[in-house]
Unconditional design. Structure first.
Length: 237
């Protein structure tokens, strides 16, 4: 552990070398090559940091700090109200943020809310797992997939709203969200509940009392696989 912390300090000092004080409206960017991929770091004027992995010539996804550095940093300067940008610029080139990567915000205890842009198409595996203070989630129409354990054990989470674009949700995406009482899904076609185990249980240990869906789709949801287990809670928006 001491060795890892020392490596982190060295990296921090190297990245700070020659850096002027940060003006209030300035974002500083850095990049690293790690395991054959390019990563970009944004540092905001309030010292909040965000990390991205370059996927293609013009797209990126958010990632965890440890993926950027290659080690687990002892401190990550995050925000309690995380705002994910729709695009970022580095070295004069603009990238669209198309996804939230696996473990991107794993165990971020300080996070109370997250704002996700419509450019995001997927929520990765365990992306918000153990974000214990996260209270509400609104996924825009652009999000089509929610990964394995994406919001597991977000114990303060009380409501989730998903756009008309959602097509697939892993069965355990919301496991153990012990305060989750309301789910809103705007998709006219019931999203497929994905699973890879026998006898999966959707919304395990969640005290959901209402699942609100488009009025014309109520019957479709009530008879769809795994949604049907919550048929008595499915009502029209």
């Amino acid at each position: 552990m001491k060795r890892l912390n020392l490596l982190w300090v060295i990296l921090l000092l190297l990245s700070a070398c020659g850096k002027d004080p940060l003006p209030a409206d300035k974002i500083v960017t850095h990049s690293r090559e790690q395991n054959g991929s390019t990563y970009i770091q944004l540092v905001y004027s309030d010292d909040v940091e965000q990390y991205f992995k370059v996927l293609t010539e013009n797209t990126v996804e958010t990632v965890r700090a440890s993926e950027y550095y290659g080690i687990e940093p002892p401190i990550v300067m995050g925000s309690n109200r995380e705002v994910i940008p729709s695009e970022i610029t580095f070295n004069g080139k603009t990238y669209t943020v198309v996804g939230i990567g696996d473990y991107a915000f794993y165990s971020r205890d300080e996070m109370l809310s997250v704002e996700i842009p419509n450019t995001v198409q997927y929520i990765g595996n365990r992306a918000f797992d153990f974000c214990l203070e996260l209270k509400t989630v609104k996924l825009p129409d652009g999000v089509t997939q929610i990964g394995d354990w994406a919001f597991r054990s977000c114990t303060a989470l009380n409501s989730v709203e998903m756009g008309t674009g959602i097509a697939g949700i892993w069965f355990d995406a919301f496991d153990d969200c012990r305060s989750l009482t309301t789910m809103i899904c705007h998709a006219v076609t019931p999203p497929e509940i994905l699973y890879d185990v026998p006898c999966p249980e959707f919304l395990w240990n969640c005290p959901v009392t209402e699942i609100k869906v488009p009025a014309e789709s109520v019957n479709a949801y009530k008879t769809a696989p795994l949604w049907c287990n919550h048929a008595d809670k499915i009502v029209a928006l």
